[in-house]
Write a protein that binds this ligand. Structure first.
Ligand code: HEC
Length: 85
């Protein structure tokens, strides 16, 4: 992680979102971080499904929604996250 020490003035950068924080906490213990832009929203949903099913990643509905919101860039976090099941 190349987080420059956030000590500097100027808050040009938005604070790290909860979604990103959760994503890093829940999803990078087994592998490196995948860039959000790497997959389409639909594929991200499928990937998170897969991680939950195959890798026994435990996410509360809120955590799942926040992580997907971060990964898909969907401000509501809903349309894709709520499809299907
Ligand atoms: C318990 C370990 C573990 C955790 C925790 C985990 N993964 Fe994975 N993940 C894997 C492994 C192992 C692979 C390698 C591919 C496979 O086994 O399908 C993988 C692969 C992936 C891939 C690549 C899929 C592809 O088609 O290239 C993505 C994206 C991914 N994980 C996302 C996540 C997300 C998002 C989370 C958090 C919700 C997460 N992972 C948490 C073990 C984990």
């Amino acid at each position: 992680m190349a987080l420059a020490l956030a000590g500097c003035k100027g808050l040009e950068r938005a604070p790290m979102s909860d979604g990103r924080r959760l994503y890093l906490a829940k999803c990078t213990s087994c592998h490196a971080e995948y860039e959000p832009a790497k997959f389409s929203p639909q594929v991200w949903v499928a990937n998170v499904d897969k991680m939950e099913e195959l890798k026994k990643v435990r996410l509360s509905p809120e955590e799942r929604a926040q992580i997907l919101q971060y990964l898909t860039g969907d401000p509501g976090g809903r349309p894709v996250a709520a499809t299907g099941r």
